[in-house]
Design a protein. Structure first.
Length: 397
């Protein structure tokens, strides 16, 4: 998916509309608790400003559901961005309308403004053409650098491209396409995928798309128990998708038919309840007591999976190995993150697919040891499923 990027255009003296993902976490006092998404957009922002572009940023924040929710204003983001850039950031009172347009037209070369929350308008998520056209009228160039929303056909991601040209990718999207695309289309081998999380239903399309690409798949998270149920094991009180047991058996057979090594845990950490205070027991997968549930992969599996990771040349990871939010069930996920960082240090290309996996890597303090951590959980998942992302498909080839 070769797309035009910031490097292919000149921004000097032109109004540049850029979609960013500033959907940052806020505390009760509207203070930003993690500015990573703002920091990730800085390379594109600085390039446009330093080249003399007149930059108009647009983003959503939270889920205001088409209504003005003062607590979800982007004003704190404008303040933080101004601090990071050491430059003033004009904050618009809305994302469309006469006032916002006047502020955009008043920008000089190298200046920057931020439009108010796009999702204060229901037309944004509905991708209404008139709303997209009004957004587009503020700029002469469109740049999408919000990979986290690229899987949504919204007015600011897909609709806008019909009304402003050129429409190109920012550096962050370019980086996402480079690493995710290369892994799927021309990986260095052995190519290993690690898939975790609670449910098979959320990973079916990923598995099926990866089956003709990967050499080995490591499975973790609660979805292992649906596979084990398909094999006839007693899984105690462990989470299972009863309506997916037959499918799990089919996926195991498909892996065998395609000579794909699909590894499941050999042991698990079990507990009587989903609690930080619960007593735990490490058991082989065929030895889960009736009154217990598996909540993490066990030490034997950690050892096996770590060795597999260290032998791979390309690794994609999406989904935790256990209930990593609770410390006593986080060991498997943290150990996988450490093995991935160790492999990366030896030259492996490691890609973490956003969401919980990215959070786990951050929690373990290992982010700097990974080749690429995706900024879009849902978008990276759909990319791995082989789906077309509307916000990227709409950009100029």
């Amino acid at each position: 998916m070769e797309k035009k990027t910031l490097s292919d255009i000149s921004c000097k003296g032109r109004r540049v509309l850029m979609r960013v993902d500033f959907n940052v976490p806020l505390d009760d006092q509207a203070n930003i608790t993690n500015d990573k998404r703002i920091v990730e957009a800085l390379p594109s922002i600085k390039t446009i400003m330093e080249s003399g572009g007149r930059l108009i940023l647009m983003s959503h924040l939270g889920r205001p559901k088409g209504k003005v929710v003062p607590e979800l204003s982007l004003t704190p983001v404008a303040k933080r961005l101004s601090e990071l850039l050491d430059a003033p950031v004009v904050m618009a009172g809305d994302c469309i309308g006469t006032e916002a347009m006047q502020q955009a037209l008043a920008l000089q070369d190298g200046e920057i403004m931020l439009l108010e929350n796009l999702r204060f308008h229901p037309e944004e998520e509905k991708n209404e053409p008139e709303f997209a056209r009004e957004l587009a009228s503020m700029g002469e160039i469109y740049v999408n650098d919000a990979f986290g929303t690229a899987h949504r056909a919204h007015a600011s991601t897909e609709g806008i491209c019909h009304y402003v040209q050129p429409s190109v990718a920012g550096y962050l999207i370019e980086k996402e396409l480079k690493y995710l695309g290369q892994a799927l289309n021309a990986p260095e081998r052995p190519f290993l995928a690690i898939l975790g999380g609670a449910k098979i239903s959320g990973k079916i399309d990923v598995l099926e798309n990866l089956f003709d690409k990967v050499d080995t798949v490591l499975i973790g998270g609660a979805m292992i128990f649906t596979f084990f149920k398909a094999q006839g094991y007693n899984i105690g009180k462990s989470l299972v998708e009863e309506d997916k047991v037959e499918l799990a058996g089919h996926l195991l057979q498909t892996a065998r038919d395609n000579n794909i090594r699909m590894l499941l845990p050999g042991d698990v950490v079990a507990a009587t309840e989903f609690s930080a205070d619960a007593e735990t027991l490490t058991v082989p997968i065929d030895g889960i007591p009736d009154n217990m549930m598996g909540l993490d992969i066990g030490p034997q599996t950690i050892d096996t999976y770590s060795r597999e990771i260290l032998q791979a040349k390309t690794v994609i990871w999406n989904g935790p190995m256990g209930v990593f939010e609770i410390e006593k069930f986080a060991k498997g996920t943290i150990a996988i993150a450490q093995a991935l960082a160790d492999a990366t240090a030896k030259g492996t290309i490691s890609i973490v697919g956003g969401g919980d996996s990215a959070a786990a890597v951050m929690k373990a303090g290992l982010a700097s040891g990974i080749t690429h951590i995706s900024t879009g959980g849902g978008a990276s998942l759909e990319f791995l499923e082989g789906k077309i992302l509307p916000g990227i498909a709409a950009l100029n080839d």
